[in-house]
Write a protein that binds this ligand. Sequence first.
Ligand code: UD1
Ligand code: UDP
Length: 363
Amino acid sequence: MIAIVLGTRPEIIKMSPVIRECERTGTDYFILHTGQHYSYEMDRAFFCDLALPEPKYNLDVGSGTHAEQTSRILTGIEHVLMKEQPDIVLVQGDTNTVLAGALAAVKLHIRVGHVEAGLRSFDRTMPEEINRVVADHISDNLFAPTETARQNLLHEGIADDKISVTGNTIVDAVFQNQDIAKKKANILDTLGLEPNGYFLVTAHRQENVDSPGNLKNIIRGICAIHEEYSQPVIFPMHPRTRKMVEQFNISLSGISVIEPTGFLDFLQMEANARLILTDSGGVQEEACILGVPCVTLRNTTERPETIAVGANMLVGTRCEQIQEGAKEQLKERNPWNNPYGDGRASVSIVRVCNSLPARIKTE
Ligand code: UD1
Ligand code: UDP
């Protein structure tokens, strides 16, 4: 039995192909939602869009400091795992949900599978980097999306026989949903947007939006792009960012700020954008998969594959660099290959899980 642990928007999206694959193969599983994300547009919207089954458990942990949130998740997951005694716990990515899920399981001697293992920004000031490193080192099965990720793990002394290079489940999610998005999503019409006639922005990283200087610079850079190209800039705003924009009293004049959208609408906006500017991990990947140029509002990335193929550029958070980066990324370029796999990562992951020996249950 597989326990699928998730708690935030990207985990719901990237675990959705694994859940579908469990359903397709008749694999015994259940979903444990930590409730790290809980607002409709960060949580339920994705269960609806992706037609996912209800989680068996929801810990409703909500927001808090890192220690508060992580400790609530840790305690809640431990209770569920002691009751359910799954053979393996699957966690995905680099959130506090992942750190706590992996830690609770390994202490109960339950096998941990880390989906999207081996990513490294090499910046330990990012909370996500700490979560990734710890989760990788206490996992039994490391599902690395690329060869680069596998090499990162090997360099840290992780045994090769624990690692499977599977591709990233985001490719599965994009392939499974892009035709549905074409038929069902109508956000371009709703917002009056022309294909290739607008810029799409997301930003929510703690080090960017919790810093008044960085957030002001990012917004200035985005406003400057709006003025320079006279095209709409659409910014579906993460609740964390909205809170900080209000707290720092930052003006957003010229930018079209909207609520975070569901996955189908977001896919439609990404696929038709002229350029994407983001600090999101998943959005960097999706831009690369969809063939849309991307400017990343950070100094480092754990997605170097996107840079290597020419899809993405790191520009940091300064206004002038954001403008320069946009200019550069808008130049004509040859199409690139998607480095994240063929859309069958979830098939490989569930196959590996099903080939493991059953666990001897503890009292
Ligand atoms: C978390 C992850 C981050 C991931 C992101 C995906 C950690 C350390 N961070 O960041 O890696 O990229 O999710 O979006 O795990 N809030 C709401 N409603 C919600 C959720 C959050 O209003 O449903 C607001 C609250 O004010 C909260 C703030 O957003 O304090 C931050 O939420 P939190 O889950 O702590 O971190 P994220 O920034 O969402
Ligand atoms: N996303 C979405 N609606 C939005 C913004 C993002 O559906 O308004 C999706 C996007 O397609 C991607 C995921 O959310 O799959 C990325 O999540 P986020 O940027 O919150 O987290 P990260 O990937 O940085 O951890």
